[in-house]
Design a binder for this molecule. Structure first.
Ligand SMILES: *[C@@H]1O[C@H](CO)[C@@H](O)[C@H](O)[C@H]1NC(C)=O
Ligand SMILES: *[C@@H]1O[C@H](CO)[C@@H](O)[C@H](O)[C@H]1NC(C)=O
Ligand SMILES: *[C@@H]1O[C@H](CO)[C@@H](O)[C@H](O)[C@H]1NC(C)=O
Length: 455
């Protein structure tokens, strides 16, 4: 049960197969698309431009006071080199949330945040290295507090001002607390929902990692204690989507071959650091509710894979349609023809339906306009940087349509060769619209998106 790779599932990276630079171009009737070339865009004057906002050699955390910090170091509750592997990002208008899973002993806080000076990215200073503050507070992050948080993998903030968090409950390979999903009200920072996974919804090697949320009536934002939503949670090690109906408290597993790791993608090479890694479904993003009435696309990808997949959420919602003896019809789980030549760790989607994802092998960030076919000409590489864009463990788009990407030296952490003197972590931001301007991913009909007024 105990896999060597257990701790590191959290990334799924898609690699785009680009036959040549000129293959990523597009021309649509009525709209001019420039042929895309690497490193030729010049938009330094735009406020929503992709830029590095935070970076660190090693992570540091803000304790309630200096004495508690010293105590944590003495007791081994804070071990700098062991806590230096953030995984995931989310944001509301004034905070950027950063998760730090307890893959090893010595991570003082597993869910943290950095204050932002407001929704306007222009005001975020560049290349600072602030200490991470515990969210919602230090006590909720205390290891051993099973009413709090043990090991947060991924998060998702919704349009109803809630932050949904997946906690594996593990420290290293030890299951310290039950795995759970928690929702915080971002207005009050109070816990407004908690689901502890039932034994029936887990297999012996399950590891819940990522979450997407769909309210039954989005405009009402859920009611009462149960919030009236479907939660879709990736089970990275037992290869399934766990569906939770918050109204009934029931949950069930949906599994398909597309959620398994592909052995052909099992060898990773990041800047010459090689390792084998077999993780299933990890990247997850729910499409905007505009294509179908009362239905949405859920996009996903295994970490060890060269493809993205998607499924209509309505197909996941009937618990009786998904039993092993009653498999889903063949066409339920879909994929495009195109295959990346690289793995991908995570993906995020904008309000106009543009999916953003990292390419592990290419040290690059790419996009796909999901209203078009998943084919080479509809996918663009937006940025590539062999130094700064290594291992994009997370790419997310927040509710204000701001893109955030986290680059880590995961390959070095995983192989115990992290160099504390290197800049090991970088966070980038951009407005989603600005990031794709003049590329195949630009969606003219939705124009500037919600950030229009603040640019
Ligand atoms: C890019 O823009 C900057 C500022 O507007 C300008 O100084 C620079 O010459 C431009 N570079 C290219 C390659 O056009
Ligand atoms: C770092 O984590 C490993 C694995 O959890 C643990 O064995 C080791 O003692 C930790 N290092 C320190 C200095 O505590
Ligand atoms: C699923 O099957 C159970 C047992 O047969 C039944 O009680 C339940 O109502 C069914 N659920 C749906 C959504 O049809």
């Amino acid at each position: 049960m105990n896999r060597k790779a257990v701790p590191f599932l959290a990334f799924s990276v898609l690699l785009l197969l680009l036959h040549s630079q000129s293959s990523v171009c597009n021309r649509r009737k009525g709209h001019q698309y420039e042929r895309y070339h690497w490193n030729t865009r010049n938009s330094s004057s735009r406020s929503g431009e992709f830029r590095e906002v935070f970076n660190w050699k090693q992570l540091d955390f803000e304790f309630p006071n200096e004495q508690m910090r010293r105590q944590a170091i003495q007791s081994g509750a804070f071990v700098e080199i062991n806590s230096s592997m953030p995984l995931s990002l989310e944001a509301d208008s004034t905070r950027l949330f950063v998760s730090a899973p307890r893959w090893r002993q010595g991570v003082p806080f597993t869910l943290t945040y950095l204050p932002l000076p407001g929704a306007d990215l222009k005001r975020v200073p560049t290349q600072s290295s602030p200490r991470l503050k515990p969210y919602p507070n230090a006590e909720a992050n205390r290891q051993g507090n099973c009413d709090g948080l043990t090991s947060v993998f991924r998060m998702s903030a919704d349009n109803c001002n809630r932050l949904w968090v997946v906690d594996t409950g593990r420290v290293g390979a030890q299951q310290l607390c039950p795995p759970q999903v928690i929702a915080f009200d971002l207005q009050t920072d109070a816990i407004v929902y908690r689901h502890r996974f039932s034994q029936e919804s887990l297999l012996c090697n399950s590891q819940p990692t990522n979450i997407a949320v769909e309210y039954k009536a989005e405009a009402q934002c859920g009611r009462g204690n149960n919030l009236d939503a479907f939660l879709y949670v990736t089970d990275t090690l037992a290869y399934a989507i766990i569906v939770i109906d918050t109204s009934s408290g029931r949950s069930w597993r949906v599994s398909d071959k597309s959620m398994f790791p592909n052995p052909e993608a099992g060898s990773f090479n990041v800047q010459g650091v090689k390792f084998d890694f077999m993780d299933g479904i990890l990247g997850l993003a729910i499409g905007p509710p505009r294509y179908y009435k009362n239905d949405r696309d859920l996009f996903y990808n295994p970490m060890t894979s060269f493809q993205h997949f998607w499924v209509r959420t309505s197909r996941l919602q009937n618990e009786n349609a998904t039993t092993p003896s009653n498999p889903q019809p063949f066409e339920t789980f879909q994929s495009g023809q195109w295959k990346r030549n690289s793995q991908s760790a995570g993906c995020g989607i904008s309000s106009s339906g543009v999916l953003f994802f990292g390419l592990v092998k290419q040290n690059a960030l790419a996009c796909w306009d999901t209203s078009k076919p998943y084919t080479t000409e509809n996918i663009a590489v937006l940025k590539k940087d062999d130094e700064k864009l290594q291992f994009l463990s997370t790419v997310v788009v927040d509710r204000m349509d701001r893109l955030w990407a986290l680059s880590t030296r995961f390959q070095r952490f995983f192989t115990n060769s992290l160099n504390p003197e290197d800049v090991n972590f970088r966070i980038f931001s951009a407005t989603a619209t600005e990031a794709v301007r003049n590329t195949a991913c630009y969606v003219p009909t939705l124009g500037e998106g919600p950030m229009r007024g603040s640019a």
